[in-house]
Design a protein around this ligand. Structure first.
Ligand SMILES: *Cc1c(COP(=O)(O)O)cnc(C)c1O
Length: 400
């Protein structure tokens, strides 16, 4: 006689690790044909089952299955409740501000924030929608405390910051902001959830320009907002739908495809960035290197605590704009272009490109001088990139 089979042991399903979440985002979700790669639903509208009986989706501005796959994947990577996919990073920022900022709101913003965010905050102030806008170096705890002590509704974080790679203490700032009743939003574009998850350190909302690492191939402009809390997430999605800021299904499909290789891309780009930072730090034409992975970066220890790696953006100072021109002219492996986070390496002159929208005074306050250069390292062969940078630095030396 056969023994009765032992009762199966009940095992809680293991939470998947982030690289698995990214690689499997949207995989095998098709219920019609069992497609492994997720289908692209371009339809603007969805048929009702009957009068008064809508299905899960009714109209693509309000909701779309392909877009939701991408949004949920980013939410899972960030450890948030829900992800709202928007037409750009700026659309993500706009939806967030409408959802969290009260009328006559008081806002604290990093002095060296993304140029487009700076322009939006300035426009909201000059049109009276923001009552008080304080710029501070959020990597400096005393400036943060002073800015928050005056009463604030929203603290905007960008860490690492753009283009100087300053690191702000997300946990300390979130504690101080929450004690005063403020909401904390972190722009996590530079780090990506591979290297930093701000919600785990106390931020309430994360915004992304998915144009950068999440898509990673410089062929989509998109954004994502992830809220820690489902209710706030629903409010942000409501505003994105109401203002018409939601992203296109095709862009979400492309970005979902890019997300599958996020961990590999970030790791390869970060290796190239670390090697480039070392080369820059040792070259006499370079006056300063800004990279959180360098031991002498002012917030290196905080970066080690808060991040899983220093990232793939490096900025550095040459003598002046003539030296920058000599460096840039003749690069073979870097395109002179705005943006970052793609598989290809880019070089940018913040004073005349990404941060040209800032007033000269704001640039000076942020430390964006004419000799500052920003590199976004891609996934090319390290030796090729180093040779290219070394040749550029030699040209810069001769130009001086
Ligand atoms: C690019 C960028 C944005 C804006 O995103 P878009 O997709 O260009 O609208 C916002 N924040 C940071 C840090 C960025 O790099």
């Amino acid at each position: 006689m056969n023994q009765p089979a032992p009762a199966p042991e009940v095992v809680a399903p293991l939470a998947l690790r982030p690289a698995t979440i990214a690689a499997r985002a949207g995989i095998s979700t098709d219920t019609s044909y069992g497609a492994v790669a997720p289908p692209l639903h371009l339809s603007a509208t969805f048929q009702f089952e009957a009068l008064g009986r809508p299905r899960r989706y009714d109209y693509t501005r309000s909701g779309n299955p392909t877009r939701d796959l991408f949004g949920q994947a980013v939410a899972d990577l960030e450890g948030g409740a829900s992800g709202c996919v928007t037409a750009s990073g700026m659309a993500a920022i706009t939806a967030t501000i409408f959802a969290v900022l009260p009328p006559q709101g008081r806002v604290v913003v990093p002095a060296d924030c993304y140029g487009g965010s700076w322009r939006l905050f300035e426009a909201l102030r000059s049109s009276g929608r923001i009552a008080s806008l304080v710029y501070a170096d959020l990597s400096d705890a005393s400036q943060v405390r002073a800015a928050i002590a005056d009463g604030v509704d929203l603290v905007w974080l960008e860490t690492p910051s753009n283009p100087l790679l300053r690191i702000s203490d997300i946990a300390a700032i979130s504690d101080a902001a929450h004690a005063g009743g403020a909401v904390v939003v972190a722009d996590n574009t530079f780090a990506s959830p591979v290297l930093q998850r701000p919600l785990a350190w106390g931020a309430d909302v994360v915004v992304h320009s998915a144009t950068k690492y999440l898509n990673g191939h410089s062929d989509v402009v998109a954004g994502v907002v992830v809220a820690a809390d489902a209710e706030r997430g629903a409010e942000i999605a409501w505003w994105a739908n109401t203002l018409g800021l939601t992203g296109s299904p095709f862009d979400a499909y492309q970005a979902l495809r890019g997300l599958h290789t996020l961990h590999l891309r970030v790791a390869a780009a970060q290796r190239n960035a670390a090697a480039t930072a070392d080369l820059l730090a040792a070259h006499p034409a370079v006056q300063a290197v800004h990279y959180p992975g360098l031991i002498d970066h002012p917030q290196h220890d905080l970066a080690v605590t808060q991040m899983d790696g220093p990232g793939a953006i490096v900025s550095f100072r040459l003598a002046d704009s003539a030296a920058v021109a000599a460096f840039v002219d003749g690069l073979r492996c870097f395109c002179l272009a705005e943006s970052l986070g793609g598989v290809e390496s880019l070089v940018c002159h913040p004073a005349t490109m990404t941060h040209a929208a800032m007033s000269p005074q704001a640039r000076a306050l942020a430390g964006i001088t004419d000799g500052l250069v920003r590199l976004s390292l891609g996934i090319e062969d390290t030796a090729d990139l180093l040779a290219d940078v070394a040749a550029g630095l030699d040209r810069a030396t001769q130009a001086a």
